[in-house]
Ligand binder design. Structure first.
Ligand code: ZN
Length: 327
């Protein structure tokens, strides 16, 4: 059974190994024989797929938001991006993605705002968890509209009105490595808005990811504070006192950041979901709850006492000081 010598994944066939080498590893890390395998994969892909790229469904969906056209349009967008990446390379694929990302997202969101979960659920089924090595290239669009849906549902109804499958979808995305990783992970951090959900253990999942990916967990925790600061501070406490989570100090930075945004409500705290202009309504009314603030102060002194001086705190790339905890 062919095996990838870089990550030890196993494959049924040589063809799948070639495909894996192309999608999952940078060209520069491959040895000579594996680079040949990638060339072979590309040559085969070209000869097997000569059909012209058709973007008619996507274009017509963008000009006229027909409900039935949403899934075919997303499928077409995904195929188009995949082909662009396969045949023309990263740059062309990026250009196409950014050219259509906003319009595709807003059009899908228009439909989801009206039809709700009935419209979103088939898209998650279609592009969600799979055996693929990488997330489908259209994933940022799905993650973006899912995030919007989650925030809207929580704000308009309740946290438990959020379908568990929507949360699960975002919660699994940090596992994926893919072309639009940074964008996917940023959108998926809105998972934090599900904190306190009765059937999905959001805090547990963020904690689990934190043992491996502190950056995503930090962003998700930041979002969780805006959703429910009581639940979020319990999670913060767990994260900063666990020996399994590295860079304790990193999480405290999250509190400084929330505080910073809470004090300058004119700037929107949400850079994601991207393009969501109406997110302002969730930024202006953040006030620290007194008991939460006390809990955080205690936590900070406890952590500080574990180091002899503040200068012994681990360095982070965030410019954070105690000064920021002004609440
Ligand atoms: Zn591999």
């Amino acid at each position: 059974m062919p095996e990838c010598r870089y990550c030890e994944s196993q494959f049924e066939a040589e063809r799948s190994l070639r495909q894996h080498l192309y999608w999952s590893h940078e060209r520069g890390e491959l040895g000579r024989i594996d680079r040949k395998r990638v060339e072979q994969f590309l040559a085969n892909a070209r000869s097997e797929d000569n059909s012209p790229v058709d973007i008619e469904s996507l274009e017509s969906f963008l000009s006229d938001a027909d409900r039935g056209a949403m899934l075919p349009a997303l499928t077409e967008f995904n195929t188009w991006l995949t082909r662009a990446y396969t045949y023309d390379g990263r740059e062309v694929c990026d250009d196409l993605f950014w050219e259509y990302y906003q319009r595709a997202t807003e059009q899908c969101d228009t439909i989801i705002r009206e039809d709700g979960w009935t419209a979103l659920s088939p898209a998650i089924d279609e592009f969600g968890q799979s055996d693929w090595q990488k997330a489908p290239l259209v994933t940022p669009v799905i993650a973006n509209v899912t995030s919007r849906f989650i925030i809207r549902t929580r704000a308009g109804e309740s946290v438990n009105a959020i379908p568990a499958a929507a949360l699960r979808y975002l919660g699994e995305l940090p596992e994926y490595a893919g072309l639009f990783d940074a964008e996917i992970h940023a959108e998926a951090a809105l998972y934090g808005w599900g904190i306190g959900h009765e059937s999905e253990a959001i805090a547990d999942r963020i904690f689990e990811v934190a043992t491996e990916d502190t950056q995503w967990a930090h962003s998700a925790l930041f979002e969780a504070f805006w959703a429910d600061q009581h639940e979020a501070v319990s999670l913060l406490e767990r994260l900063t006192t666990s020996p399994d989570v590295p860079r304790t100090r990193f999480f405290i930075g999250c509190v400084g950041l929330v505080d910073d945004y809470a004090r300058t409500p004119e700037k929107s705290h949400l850079s994601h979901p991207r393009y969501w202009a109406t997110n302002d309504q969730f930024t202006g009314d953040f006030t620290w709850n007194r008991s939460v603030a006390t809990q955080i102060r205690k936590l900070v002194s406890k952590l500080a006492s574990e180091f002899n001086t503040p200068s012994e705190w681990p360095n982070t790339d965030e410019d954070w000081t105690f000064e920021q905890l002004r609440f």
